[in-house]
Design a protein around this ligand. Structure first.
Ligand code: GLU
Length: 384
């Protein structure tokens, strides 16, 4: 079959594929520890489900405005104002089918063929592929462990060219858990403004931070605000991955173009899920309850990794630990053997652009984490 060149080399999402494989094995009755899933193991809160059921009963089951229902946009605006110190009007908000569609629509709206999109590595699996699907060029900047896997101003400068269109910034980051500080963001913002580069700020893990709070780069100055498109959603913060509600906030004209793209692809986000998301914004305390549990799990895993003698990067946010493979083995084969021999699913670092590393998600029960860490220990010790 002759496929279009933009899809010929696109690979499936490794995070989704491995997690699906773990669920498949589990369905056969085998006990698999799923450290691959990038979704909270907590159930969607009752108050959200209730609102969805009400929406169905009230017949809110038809198309909504393309860019989302007005009430939800208002709730998002309130949240961005109160929590991120960002001011938007309804025409600057687009509700999408997950944050992923927001990223896709944005890159479709601004990238010409050949435009470069800067992606600091390690990166979330879908960024380069979405850029490829837009016929733009993913420009991968390898960051260093000594810098906490964060993009430094000098690295950024050295990659900027006349073709640079967008910088993708993800803080807290998936898979490393890196969280950018005010001063780090200020320097990046200053460079982006000087060169007129758009910033796609993926803030989907903002509520899951441990020692420091998340800061949105868009809030640093009016200049950077104009260039930044903030992407967020309810998936991670309210355990609503399957509801597929994300949102984007940014320049009115860009949002309007993104909305046109959306009108020809998904028409609008799911109506029932939008009403459910509205309930989430009305109960903004829920994420902090999950955070208590995430912190306990993170600290336990880090302690165990130290005992086993595995080096890692301490996550300051998110629910992933990125750890180093001690042997020379490549990350895919390590992950495959761990799954085959110990029934523990993890995602190989190569999927995030970093060989020699593994991502472990702690969005799974404490009981499973204890069992899974024992299995990892046995696996690593066996290999010497
Ligand atoms: N973002 C999550 C992850 O990295 C969910 C799966 C996905 O869409 O990649 O595992």
């Amino acid at each position: 079959m002759k496929f279009a060149s933009r899809v010929r080399n696109v690979s499936p999402s490794a995070t989704l594929a491995i997690s699906a494989r773990a669920k498949e094995i589990r369905a056969t009755g085998e006990k698999v520890i799923n450290f691959a899933a990038g979704e909270p193991d907590f159930d969607t809160p009752e108050f959200v489900k209730k609102k969805a059921i009400e929406a169905i009963q009230q017949g809110k089951t038809k198309y909504t405005p393309v860019s989302g229902i007005e009430e939800l946009k208002k709730a998002i605006i309130r949240k961005l104002k109160e929590e991120n110190n960002l001011n938007y009007t309804p025409s600057q908000i687009l509700v999408c089918t997950g944050a992923k569609q927001g990223i896709y629509n944005f890159l479709q709206a601004v990238c010409e063929e050949g435009d470069e999109v800067i992606i600091p590595s390690p990166y979330w699996v879908s960024y380069p592929e979405i850029v490829n699907l837009c016929s733009a060029v993913p420009l991968i900047i390898p960051t260093e462990k000594v810098n906490g896997f964060k993009l430094t101003p000098s690295l950024l400068k050295s990659f900027i060219s006349a073709h640079t269109k967008v910088l993708i910034l993800n803080s807290p980051a998936n898979p490393t858990g890196a969280l950018y500080t005010f001063s780090e963001l200020s320097k990046i913002a200053e460079i982006a403004v000087r060169h007129g580069i758009y910033i796609l700020s993926d803030e989907v893990y903002e509520k899951i931070t441990y020692e420091k709070k998340h800061i949105s780069i868009a809030s640093l100055s009016s200049e950077v605000y104009r260039l930044t498109v903030v992407v967020n959603g309810v998936s991670k913060s309210w355990a609503m991955t399957g509801w597929r509600i994300g949102y984007v906030a940014g320049d009115e004209q860009i949002i309007s173009k993104m909305s046109v793209i959306q009108s020809h692809s998904t028409s609008c986000p799911n109506s029932i899920a939008q009403y459910a998301a509205l309930a989430a914004f009305e109960e903004r305390e829920f994420p902090s309850q999950m955070l208590i549990e995430f912190r306990k799990r993170r600290d336990y895993i880090l302690k165990k990794l130290e005992e086993i003698g595995i080096s890692y990067i301490k996550p300051e946010g998110g629910f992933y630990v990125f750890f180093r493979i001690n042997s020379k083995e490549d990350s895919k084969s390590f992950a495959l053997k761990l799954l085959n021999e110990e029934r523990v699913a993890v995602v190989p670092g190569v999927a995030f652009g970093r060989e020699g590393w593994i991502r472990l998600s702690f969005a799974t029960s404490f009981e499973d984490i204890k069992e899974g860490m024992q299995r990892i220990e046995r696996f690593v010790r066996r290999r010497g």
